[in-house]
Ligand binder design. Structure first.
Ligand code: HEC
Length: 106
């Protein structure tokens, strides 16, 4: 059985790195820095980043379930978000990315 792999997730994060830094203390770029986002409320993690109202008022927290839905199709989870990307269709790709995001926190 295949299980989520942090190292594979780090490589696959390359698809996210065009818009996101992940290092601790990294800057917000096109999207917010994602260090420590796992477990945070949606659209609240980086107060100085200009989130859409859609995301900052969506409610809920970033956990394995919400991140999975988000990476599969951001607009489907939060209509009106400005994260305009083609979602990742393979559930294992998503699981790897989530494992990596989870590892990048204190
Ligand atoms: C084309 C640029 C772009 C790409 C590529 C991109 N994102 Fe985003 N992302 C954004 C933007 C912009 C936002 C803010 C959305 C909003 O405010 O509605 C965002 C928000 C997020 C958030 C919410 C952060 C928070 O503080 O609530 C997460 C989690 C996230 N992205 C993960 C990812 C992952 C994982 C990938 C790769 C699979 C990815 N993003 C690829 C632009 C991008």
């Amino acid at each position: 059985m295949k299980v989520a792999d942090v190292d594979a997730g780090a490589r696959k994060f390359g698809r996210c790195a065009a818009c996101h830094t992940i290092g601790k203390g990294g800057p917000d770029t096109g999207g917010p820095n994602l260090y420590g986002v796992f477990g945070q409320a949606l659209g609240q993690h980086r107060p100085r980043y200009g989130y859409t109202v859609a995301l900052s008022t969506a409610g809920g927290r970033w956990d394995a379930q919400t991140l999975d839905a988000w990476i599969a199709n951001p607009q489907k989870l939060v209509a009106g978000t400005k994260m305009q990307v083609a979602g990742m269709v393979d559930p294992l790709d998503r699981a790897d990315i989530i494992a990596y995001l989870r590892s990048q926190s204190d």
